[in-house]
Write a protein that binds this ligand. Structure first.
Ligand code: ZN
Length: 113
């Protein structure tokens, strides 16, 4: 399950960020997930609970924020949002789109106490 290794990567970042004497516990982590990142959210929530055990983020809420897929359209030269990776341009109907993102996953911010 690749969500497990994703969470391990997140744990490393969170651990590092929370490694300060004034941080007792991480209560919430906001994660931005691109529409095309291929992340299975249920699996990610499950992996989250397992992977965070024993860290300062044990029991922290995981908030997942969807990022839209974006692409540059070569027909109208606009940056547009697309629903599917192979969708035509929603503006002009053109099919020559260069994806500009949507497959990223990153921590937006986190709350600590
Ligand atoms: Zn277009």
């Amino acid at each position: 399950m690749h969500e497990m290794s994703l969470c391990e990567g997140i744990r490393r970042v969170v651990d590092q960020a929370a490694d300060r004497p004034d941080v007792t516990r991480v209560t919430r982590v906001r994660l931005e997930i691109g529409k095309f990142a291929g992340v299975e959210k249920n699996a990610l929530s499950f992996a989250w609970e397992v992977v965070m055990r024993g860290s300062k983020a044990e029991g922290a809420a995981l908030e997942m924020i969807d990022l839209p897929g974006r692409a540059l359209c070569y027909d109208c030269m606009k940056e547009v949002e697309i629903a599917e990776r192979l969708s035509p341009c929603p503006d002009c109907g053109g099919g020559k789109l260069l994806p500009q993102g949507g497959d990223e996953m990153q921590i937006k911010d986190m709350e600590v106490v």
